[in-house]
Design a protein around this ligand. Sequence first.
Ligand SMILES: NC(=O)c1ccc[n+]([C@@H]2O[C@H](COP(=O)([O-])OP(=O)(O)OC[C@H]3O[C@@H](n4cnc5c(N)ncnc54)[C@H](OP(=O)(O)O)[C@@H]3O)[C@@H](O)[C@H]2O)c1
Length: 274
Amino acid sequence: MTIVVTGATGTVGRLVVRQLVDSGRKVRAVTRGGAPFPTPIEVVRADLDTPESLTSAFTGAEALLLLCRPATALDVARLAERCGVRRIVTLSSIRAEGERDAPYHLAVERAVESVDVAWTHLRPGMFAANLLGWAEAIRGTGVVREPYSAAAQTPIHEADIAAVAVAALSHDGHAGRKYPLSGPQTLDKPEQLAAIGAGIGRALRFEEISPDDWRARADSLPGFVQDLLLEIWTGSAATPEPVLPTVAEVTGRPARTLAEWAADHAADFGGDPR
Ligand SMILES: NC(=O)c1ccc[n+]([C@@H]2O[C@H](COP(=O)([O-])OP(=O)(O)OC[C@H]3O[C@@H](n4cnc5c(N)ncnc54)[C@H](OP(=O)(O)O)[C@@H]3O)[C@@H](O)[C@H]2O)c1
């Protein structure tokens, strides 16, 4: 069985490729840039914004992990169907049906549902990898400054999103399912920082700052991303995000904690790689 992974150099896709290879699957990794992958991974240079470039990736493949690109999703899904792909798993979002998101991830989900393939939508919440945004402060002073310390989210390890993707790409029984995915703990920001500290063996400190001060420091982020983050933090300070059971239900293993994630990324935070 050949499985096509788009976004194969990305946070989640990279681990999907690795886990598929470890489970003995044949993998075609799609990249726009021809990034190197070790044998036996087949690399296909293609661009989701140019659907026809994916023809050779899809031909003879059974399953596809699809990164969301709404503008071309319908053409990509139709091409996959024509090429004989039987399963499409989307890397969507827990916010797919939220007003703020629409119609980004939802447009891709609907495009995939409109063709004759078995589909599964992965709907993760906050990636733990977003906390790499704290890495510079942690490597430096060990003090992280942000607004909305009470924002309580459920960061998920990218390896757990990948494990659910691998199950849905490789096995029957996931067709027509929408999987909301979270990490195993609801943690406010000081608790997230403490978990990272535990994972890398350092004491770290959180300092609350005003949203305006944060905007001034976060000027490398586009304004709409700043707006979205502030909205998510306000919302999750008022209503903490719930822990969802899906990772354990689908994979048969508990979701990895944030401390485990931090230990896996110790080098990013200035510690020794494990
Ligand atoms: N971060 C979060 O908290 C969060 C939460 C829920 C959902 N999500 C969703 O997760 C997805 C991002 O996943 P990720 O973080 O694993 O991705 P990522 O690290 O941002 O990487 C995505 C990869 O996709 C490839 N890519 C980008 N544009 C492409 C195109 N036009 N055609 C083909 N490949 C393209 C790039 O690889 P090459 O340069 O090698 O082509 C890139 O490495 C997004 O859709 C996001 O909305 C994120």
